[in-house]
Write a protein that binds this ligand. Sequence first.
Ligand SMILES: Nc1ncnc2c1ncn2[C@@H]1O[C@H](COP(=O)(O)OP(=O)(O)OP(=O)(O)O)[C@@H](O)[C@H]1O
Ligand SMILES: [Mg+2]
Length: 370
Amino acid sequence: MKSLADVMARHSVVVCAGSGGVGKTTTAAAIAVHGAQQGRRTCVLTIDPARRLADALGLSMLGNEESAVELGGGASLHALMLDQKGAWDQLVERYAPSAEVRERIFHNRFYQHLSGSFAGSQEYMAVEQLAVLHSSGRYDLIVVDTPPTQHALDFLDAPARIADFLDRRVMRWFVKPYFSAGWATLRIVNRTAGTLLRRLEEATGVSALVDISDFFTSMSGLFDGFGERVKGVQNLLRSPDTAFVLVTTPEEQVLTEAEYFCAKVRELSISLRAVVFNRVHREAVAQLRSFDEAWLRKLVTKSVRGAERAERLVQNFLRYEVEARGDQLRIESFRAQLTARTAVATVPNFEEDLHDLEGLRRMLPHLLAA
Ligand SMILES: Nc1ncnc2c1ncn2[C@@H]1O[C@H](COP(=O)(O)OP(=O)(O)OP(=O)(O)O)[C@@H](O)[C@H]1O
Ligand SMILES: [Mg+2]
């Protein structure tokens, strides 16, 4: 079976996906450190890292500029923190036909809402940033962290969803004259438009028609190439140079979602190259040649003062063992559905958060082990 190290060596883009809070950002950062230490010009595109990790990566300021991370030994690592609002503004700067249009868009309330909190806009921007980094040719390896969505799949869906939404055919419905009539009339006039409006309402929660209409009027032209760009990026995500790494914890609910993710990526013809089981509890007795409860109780009672305290410790240990056994069983059954081509890594649950370079280096041997 291959290791994550093999997978990394063969790909130039590594995307870490998974459910919320499972360790995507930490894994992406650790993978990037390894890539840089292997002598590859590496960039990690990270999203909302914990404060201390951001500091460790030299990302004290939010911005869409890459900053160099000091690793020593000539390793070249850059880190970039996705600033969603900033990335949208950059996009407008890049494509607005004139300064006047640009300002008009920036001041539009609907735009402000879209760039700040539109469902999927963070995922879209991550992908857009990846495309920019990739086409710069400055990196041998780009590691992409994905946004803290509840569902791992949102990352794959969002670009297409947003492109679809910003499609010119959709925008045609938003030209000014229609709006003087208001929602209700518009719905009756045209069922298609009605559906689109509902979608828009659901997606954004904005119902200020004037703003929306004005936004699309100023934007027309700006998003001409949108569909094309999304296609390019979707191709990059499916290219043989790109490896998807699924990060998951061994909890039942998280694994159920991970299973769904695996099925879905297959459906989308994306190949899952590796699975990282993170925060796994290790069974201690598995490492002991013989174990029985009475022996443990005797041992603990001998070295701990107070029978009650000793018993609490023993019970605590036994509970941990049960948890560890459960992790093991769930991981085994999950692995049964993976093909031999998918690398698997198991990372223990450390007593402390992994929030600095030292923490990432502690994680690495487990990530890379065959
Ligand atoms: N193996 C581990 N042992 C102990 N702590 C860990 C481990 N892996 C990650 N952590 C900690 O768990 C927390 C969540 O990790 P991380 O931010 O990487 O998750 P995430 O999947 O990116 O979350 P989000 O979905 O919110 O972006 C962090 O504080 C991190 O330091
Ligand atoms: Mg994260």
